[in-house]
Ligand binder design. Structure first.
Ligand SMILES: Cc1cn([C@H]2C[C@H](O)[C@@H](COP(=O)(O)OP(=O)(O)OP(=O)(O)O)O2)c(=O)[nH]c1=O
Length: 196
């Protein structure tokens, strides 16, 4: 059987991949952090951007893993509001600007997942619409003070305190958190890593 490797430093992705059926993260799959340049290229659509990053993370992970007989999985999540891409906030001011822009609005969360074994690379893009309630400046400052927004696209976590800002979603909850479960399972099936 092929060794499954998660190329991610995100604890959420580790937990979600365990949910796909690989048992204990310690034994079912290996994890390594694949650092890549996450800059957006001029003229690149949000869809192309997020898929490219997922593929680059998987490919960088495969290169780092360095052995054959592995399937490496990479993923990327961005928030898109009125055509503008929001990644992880640079600092608290950036987080404040993002949350103010998201307040009372509907945005898209795009998550791409990619798997590669060096011979073939497969990817999927999942888009979820998220409606935020209106936020006061007080709400935003109190939320930033918790530290939760700082490592998350769009400066919020639906799975945490940020869930209180989400009125509704249309799409995949797991994709918003960082890894779409249905599509990930299908991709792994396709590339032939049997779930335990
Ligand atoms: C919108 C949203 C994003 N996120 C997270 C998912 C991603 O981990 C993060 C977006 O940054 P990414 O660059 O996709 O991932 P990462 O840097 O955390 O991890 P990796 O090593 O795999 O590159 O935002 C949430 O946890 N909850 C949410 O509600």
């Amino acid at each position: 059987m092929m060794q499954l490797v998660l190329a991610s430093s995100s604890p959420r992705r580790r937990e979600l991949l365990a949910q796909v059926g690989f048992g204990d993260p310690e034994f079912g799959f290996e994890v390594l952090a694949a650092d890549i340049d996450e800059s957006h290229r001029a003229g690149e659509t949000a869809e192309d951007f997020v898929v490219r990053l997922a593929i680059e993370k998987a490919s960088a992970g495969l290169a780092l893993w360095g052995k054959s007989d592995a399937v490496v999985l990479g993923s990327d999540t961005i928030v898109v509001l009125d055509g503008e891409i929001l990644g992880k906030p640079k600092d608290e001011l950036d987080a404040k600007q993002m949350l103010s822009a998201l307040s009372g609005q509907c945005h898209s969360v795009m998550t791409a997942v990619a798997v590669t074994d060096g011979k073939q690379t497969l990817s999927r893009l999942v888009e979820t619409k998220v409606q935020f309630c209106g936020l006061t400046e007080e709400d935003i400052l109190a939320y930033i003070a918790t530290g939760e927004p700082m490592d998350k696209a769009g400066a919020y976590g639906i799975q945490g305190l940020g869930g209180c800002f989400v009125e509704s979603i249309d799409g995949s909850y797991s994709a918003v958190v960082g890894l779409p479960l249905v599509e990930t399972r299908n991709l792994l099936d396709k590339i032939k890593v049997a779930a335990i």
